[in-house]
Design a protein around this ligand. Structure first.
Ligand code: DC
Length: 218
């Protein structure tokens, strides 16, 4: 069974998907980290992120492996590095590259094959798993999303300011929603949940309740 959670940056997808997977005994796939790993690999090779052919080749030949909570890219642990602001901005650039998307979609479908999985990203319900049994689209007011991102950055030792994070969020949303290939959209059959004003626990409770009803699992 597949549960998809899509939505803009900072809507709480990752924490929610992780929590929901844990409650249901499903696995969890954070597809944003895959685009981040492509940006990281391209930057560490000194490529220009706009170099479609070069970055496409990096993505196509890339080995991605999860060992517990750590993500390895070609045998290097990139878990922390892919959260750097420069990689965050780069991820939304490489995510517009058709070859990169083709390679990541293939890996995502392989990862989900024969598994019960909660997968989160931007195109999971609309493009990658159109037949998923249960689809969610999380939203939140931009200031709330920026506040969440700011807290995450602080926790990871990358302090910033609310104005700066908000500007980055608007910028990324714009790129993610207007790109030609697989833009961020709500799948027509996705259930939209606005997370503004709710705690993480409350959001997981709500999604769990809906998922158990839709999937008919107790
Ligand atoms: O969710 P995130 O912030 O880690 O995602 C990083 C970037 O990757 C973001 O700009 C959107 C992009 N992305 C995407 O295009 N498709 C996905 N399925 C997941 C993320």
């Amino acid at each position: 069974m597949i549960i998809t959670i899509d939505g803009p940056a900072g809507a709480g997808k990752s924490t929610t998907a992780k929590g929901l997977a844990q409650r249901l005994g499903f696995e969890f796939l954070d597809t944003g980290s895959m685009y981040r790993a492509v940006a990281w690999a391209a930057l560490s090779r000194g490529l220009k992120l706009q170099d479609e052919v070069g970055v496409g080749a990096v993505a196509t030949g890339m080995m991605l492996e999860w060992r517990g909570t750590q993500l390895f890219c070609n045998d290097t642990d990139v878990t922390t590095d892919i959260r750097q602001p420069e990689v965050s901005a780069g991820a939304s650039v490489v995510a517009a590259n058709p070859e990169v998307r083709k390679a990541m979609v293939r890996l995502q479908r392989e990862a989900a094959m024969g598994r019960n999985i909660v997968t989160e990203g931007r195109d999971q319900g609309s493009v990658v798993f159109p037949d998923a049994e249960c689809k969610f689209y999380l939203t939140a007011d931009p200031t709330k999303r920026a506040e969440r991102r700011l807290r995450e950055l602080e926790e990871r030792g990358h302090p910033s300011t609310l104005d700066r994070v908000l500007a980055e969020i608007y910028d990324r949303d714009h790129r993610d929603k207007t790109r030609a290939i697989s833009p961020l959209v709500k799948a027509t059959d996705a259930i939209e949940v606005d997370t503004s004003g709710y705690s993480q626990g409350e959001v997981v409770d709500r999604l769990e309740e809906i998922a158990r009803e839709v999937l008919k699992v107790r």
